[in-house]
Design a protein around this ligand. Structure first.
Ligand code: KIV
Ligand code: NA
Length: 303
């Protein structure tokens, strides 16, 4: 997957798929649905001319700083350091070799100066083995987006609800519901596009506004809580898997979160069964989970 592919998908109105990963297993889940590489010598045109679209896995794997909460148990993304992010990036890169890899620049790693931001981004590429970085913000990140684009580090921007500013925004609130805040979402998106961003995440904005912005931008929009009018969608993998059983339907998760599985509940049942079987000495089962002695003389010695 390349940036050119994402532009073509936007042009052809084929939705771009993005999902987060934060460690080796979650990266392997993404990799496991990647279509097999085309046989050498087979023409890519034949796949495009069939009636059904060519099979695709996840186009973009995001090492999002939401891992601060879902993988580290921090109360917000702002506790995550660049070094912690790098550790997660390397694990994801080992598991996920076909999707385009993007990682968040953590809170604070780009706030003091453009130079700080460039150094942090270089580390995500060089030590974290990412293809691109994602940065939250509008006009205030323009000098950094421009510099990174100049030196060849692709930038995905992130506007609308920007969780790194949740304290300043008075919580995780939908953005763009009033005219003035809708104008801000549009102006932020325009600013980062014009600075060179190759795509932009629109988080928690009304679907009509997201569709309007998507039509007017040259670059693809990736929505989360922004409706189907975006050029692509993203979700946090552990949220959509239902790893935390308190989140989602009926829980405290956001409205835009759809749970595709109940992994947390399944895990809880498994742990409960294990404890129960150990206590009842049902597990391990002799013969099935145990090793026999092969030397009969030695076996006799034990009796
Ligand atoms: O950190 C994250 O997972 C994100 C996505 C939800 C866009 O930024
Ligand atoms: Na993020």
């Amino acid at each position: 997957r390349t940036i050119m592919d994402f532009n073509n998908l936007k042009k052809k109105k084929v939705p771009i798929t993005m999902l987060t990963a934060h460690d080796y297993p979650s990266a392997r889940f993404i990799e496991s649905i990647a279509p097999p590489a085309p046989a050498p010598g087979s023409s890519p045109a034949s796949a495009g001319s069939s009636t059904s679209p060519a099979p695709r896995g996840i186009d973009i794997a995001l090492v999002g700083d939401s891992l601060a909460m879902v993988a580290c148990g921090y109360p917000s993304t702002n506790y995550l350091t660049l070094d912690e992010m790098l550790y997660h990036c390397r694990s994801v890169a080992r598991g996920c070799t076909t999707s385009f890899l993007v990682a968040d620049l953590p809170f604070g790693s780009f706030s003091a100066s453009v130079e700080d931001g460039v150094r942090a981004a270089v580390r995500l590429i060089q030590e974290g083995h990412m293809d691109a970085v994602k940065i939250e913000g509008g006009p205030e990140i323009v000098p950094l987006v421009r510099r990174l684009t100049e030196v060849g580090i692709p930038v995905m921007a992130h506007v609308g609800l920007t969780p790194q500013r949740q304290a300043a925004l008075s919580g995780y609130r939908v953005q763009g519901k009033t005219v003035s805040s809708a104008v801000k979402v549009w102006e932020d998106a325009r600013a980062v596009q014009d600075a060179g961003a190759f795509a932009v995440v629109l988080e928690a904005v009304p679907s009509k506004l997201a569709a309007w912005v998507t039509e007017r931008l040259r670059i693809p929009t990736i929505g989360i809580g922004a409706g189907a009018g975006c050029d692509g969608q993203v979700l946090v993998q552990s949220d959509m898997l239902g790893v935390d059983s308190d989140l989602g339907a009926g829980g405290k998760g956001p409205r835009f979160l759809k749970k595709y599985a109940d992994v947390g509940e399944r895990a809880r049942e498994a742990v409960r069964s294990y404890v129960d079987e150990v206590r009842r000495r049902v597990f391990p089962t002799e013969g099935e989970h145990t090793y026999p002695i092969e030397d009969k003389a030695w076996e006799g010695f034990l009796e």
